[in-house]
Design a protein around this ligand. Structure first.
Ligand SMILES: Cc1cc2nc3c(=O)[nH]c(=O)nc-3n(C[C@H](O)[C@H](O)[C@H](O)COP(=O)(O)O)c2cc1C
Length: 373
């Protein structure tokens, strides 16, 4: 299905999109732009950076509901919100209502101010245990999970789903009704079915249909990569907010660009090379502090790769980056590369397609071994 029907206008330059900042329970966000949960990406340093560069909220990587894992380094790190800007939204994943309720309580004790339930991730290791988007197949179980989690915590509970199990079973509307009657306070919908994985284009008709039916806030997600697309999706679906995943990788400043565009119908100029150099170096130091040198250097590689993708000379730079093993070497290489870039011009210039996204997504993303523990 095409994302928009053919009669749908592609350009909204003449329409001012008046967006109302999203409210989730007691939490008034500064706008309606949300960073999507991405395992291996939306760690505390990245969430914090996106929030300071304009995102209204950023959902954490998912935390397993299995309490046996709560003592692991990975889960402890995922539950660490020290210094994070409010509201702190933590995603939990699992299939057992009681375990999910316990996980919600545990994360609230660790500082979560919003609990998000993952029924959107198609990852095999999640779906094989009937969690993530596999849950959409079993509506009575969805109802039991939502009731258990909402009843377990005082904070608002939100839900993230896909449009259905497969193209013949698009049951987002049914699940949305269950969510609303269970006390869920916002619903994010990725405009693909579980079976679609990340193939094809996201469609927004199902999101529009859900928004027309239910009263809780609806958050549109899937293939939203530019300010224009944000505007189109908000206008078309009437959704209360948009959620952005892959397009924000290596571009945390895109949230201020979107805000500017929605307010003025004009684009900000590309960011200055010097500013993005400073942002990246600060991000790297935050990663090294959060993960330690060994893991920090490995996690940093993919962020450096995303920041520089499409910039002049970046392919050779990225290749060299993978050989470097220490924080000091990485920082020096980044400094040298940005010094070369600044010789080419004051502002970032993309010589390749800038919106190129990380296609593998949630299905094939491999985390460094240290993170998988
Ligand atoms: C690397 C990666 C990890 C993801 N991890 C999660 C996750 O933990 N929980 C979840 O609900 N969705 C996860 N997703 C799905 C995203 O939240 C989002 O729904 C999807 O990428 C579509 O949005 P986009 O087109 O803006 O990227 C992940 C996606 C990617 C690319």
């Amino acid at each position: 299905m095409a994302p928009f029907p053919s009669h749908f206008p592609r350009s909204f330059h003449f329409i001012h999109t008046r967006t109302i900042p999203l409210r989730i329970g007691p939490h008034q966000l500064k706008n309606n732009l949300i960073v999507a949960p991405m395992a291996g990406v939306t760690d505390r340093p990245f969430r914090q950076l996106c929030k300071t560069m304009g995102a209204g909220m950023a959902v954490s990587e998912m935390v397993a509901s299995n309490s046996l894992l709560w003592g692991s380094e990975k889960t402890k790190r995922r539950a660490n919100h020290d210094g994070e800007v409010d509201p702190i939204s933590v995603q939990i994943a699992g299939a057992d209502p009681q375990m999910l309720a316990d996980a919600a309580r545990y994360n609230v004790d660790q500082g979560a101010q919003i609990i998000d339930i993952n029924m959107g991730c198609p990852a095999k290791k999640i779906c094989n245990v009937m969690a993530g988007s596999a849950l959409l197949k079993d509506e009575p179980l969805v109802a039991r999970i939502l009731k258990a989690v909402v009843g377990a915590v005082e904070v608002p509970v939100t839900l993230k789903i896909r449009t259905g199990w497969d193209r013949d079973h698009r049951n987002a509307l049914m699940v949305a009704r269950i969510a609303e009657s269970s006390g869920i306070q916002a619903l994010a919908i990725h405009g693909r079915t579980r079976a679609c994985g990340y193939s094809g284009e996201a469609e927004y008709d199902t999101i529009a249909a859900v928004k027309a039916e239910i009263r809780i806030p609806v958050i549109a997600n899937g293939d939203i990569t530019t300010p224009e697309r944000v505007k189109q999706v908000l206008e078309y679906t009437k959704a209360d907010a948009v959620m952005i995943g892959r397009a924000a990788q290596g571009r945390p400043w895109m949230f201020r660009e979107i805000t500017h565009y929605l307010e003025t119908d004009r684009h900000l100029p590309p960011p200055a090379v010097g500013e993005i150099h400073r942002v990246l170096v600060a991000h790297l130091h935050d990663l090294y502090g959060f993960y330690g040198e060994l893991t920090g250097v490995r996690v940093a590689r993919k962020h450096i790769s995303w920041y520089t993708k499409g910039l002049a000379g970046s392919a050779a730079f990225r290749h060299g980056m993978n050989q470097l093993q220490t924080c000091a070497e990485q920082i020096k290489a980044v400094d040298d590369y940005f010094a070369e870039l600044s010789d080419l011009g004051e502002r970032l210039i993309y010589v390749e397609e800038p919106g190129a996204m990380n296609k593998p997504g949630c299905i094939e993303v491999e985390e460094p071994a240290e993170l998988a523990a």
